[in-house]
Design a protein around this ligand. Structure first.
Ligand SMILES: NC(=O)c1ccc[n+]([C@@H]2O[C@H](COP(=O)([O-])OP(=O)(O)OC[C@H]3O[C@@H](n4cnc5c(N)ncnc54)[C@H](O)[C@@H]3O)[C@@H](O)[C@H]2O)c1
Length: 300
């Protein structure tokens, strides 16, 4: 029979293990792009990766680094903060070189958590796009992912078995009112993941994937027209409900770990089941409420 002090020891030990994480990323070195504030998905990924034993650098635009809360995160995670506009090759080269210098070797994981549309910000609708803004949307939200990989590839900065991830949204496959030109950016982003994933896998044994995340209340997310309605709808449609930023961070950590070493060129849905649904009971109930004073049976 186990004595009480020994049981106390086991419980304490196990709870401490949970607090400390599982060391899934022990010894791994990474770069995390896109943590702006504590709502950002990248912020949660940084916290989780730190908890799981990774060492990494953080990068965001010079203005976000100067003004943002990301300095606080860099202190908390003991991570060097390297300003970079992810659309600029020189800046990205600096991120890799500085990261390899401070972390002492090649990079094992990269998170691209970057997105921005001026058309969305300036409330230009999809049938009245500003094409200069569209170019910027595509460059910032999709082509920057290619740049992040091309620079890493040319500098031979990513180690064998490494994992590169970007964050996507189901608007790449389906039309969702209000998502605007970001839908096109996400479609391109996912295509880049496949195209570069083939080359990175073949040449360097590096895997490349996108995670298609539920709508999430972040700075980027809140710019989307009707985001509250969209979040409620997608929550009602998903058997498991919307996935939170923390849950997304858990998935990212698994994708950086050695437990997913043969997963590549995939768009991985992390959306509580939304992408496989057509209509749910919860969504139908809410939808029917809008007809309460109307006789719908005469319509069809
Ligand atoms: N929030 C959602 O509903 C949701 C859902 C699915 C996917 N995503 C994707 O997740 C990613 C992260 O977004 P988030 O929701 O955490 O919002 P966020 O606003 O916290 O993050 C977006 C980041 O992009 C950075 N950024 C913008 N322009 C940049 C540039 N030129 N160079 C470098 N960085 C730049 C911003 O500074 C910010 O840190 C984005 O790709 C977004 O499209 C978000």
């Amino acid at each position: 029979m186990l004595c009480i002090p020994y049981l106390t020891y086991i419980c304490k030990h196990n709870f401490n293990d949970l607090d400390m994480g599982y060391n899934l990323l022990k010894g791994k070195k990474g770069i995390i792009f896109g943590a702006l504030n504590d709502k950002s998905i990248a912020w949660k990924v940084a916290e989780k990766a730190y908890e799981e034993g990774a060492e990494f650098t953080l990068s965001n635009t010079p203005v976000a680094c100067r003004m943002g809360e990301v300095i606080e995160l860099s202190k908390k995670c003991n991570a060097e903060l390297i300003p970079a506009d992810a659309t600029k090759i020189d800046d990205l080269e600096e991120v890799y070189k500085k990261s390899m210098e401070v972390l002492g070797g090649k990079i094992d994981f990269v998170l691209h958590s970057i997105g921005m549309s001026l058309n969305v910000r300036k409330k230009r609708v999809y049938h009245d796009l500003d094409y200069n803004y569209l170019q910027k949307t595509l460059d910032i939200s999709a082509i920057s992912f290619h740049k992040v990989m091309q620079v890493g590839f040319k500098l031979d900065a990513i180690s064998e078995g490494g994992s590169v991830l970007a964050l996507s949204y189901v608007a790449a496959q389906r039309t969702l009112y209000g998502y605007n030109d970001m839908a096109d950016a996400k479609a391109l982003l996912e295509s880049i993941a496949r195209s570069f994933g083939y080359i990175f896998g073949r040449e360097r044994k590096v895997r490349v994937n996108t995670i298609s995340q539920s709508p999430t209340p972040t700075t980027a997310g809140s710019g989307v027209k009707g985001i509250d309605g969209l979040m409620d709808f997608s929550d009602r449609m998903s058997p498991l409900g919307n996935a939170s930023a923390e849950e997304c961070a858990n998935y990212c950590v698994v994708m950086f770990s050695d437990f997913t070493s043969k997963v590549t060129m995939q768009n991985l849905y992390h959306d509580g089941g939304f992408s496989s649904m057509g209509m749910s009971m919860r969504a139908m109930t809410q939808y029917n409420k809008s007809f309460e004073n109307e006789d719908v049976s005469t319509k069809y």
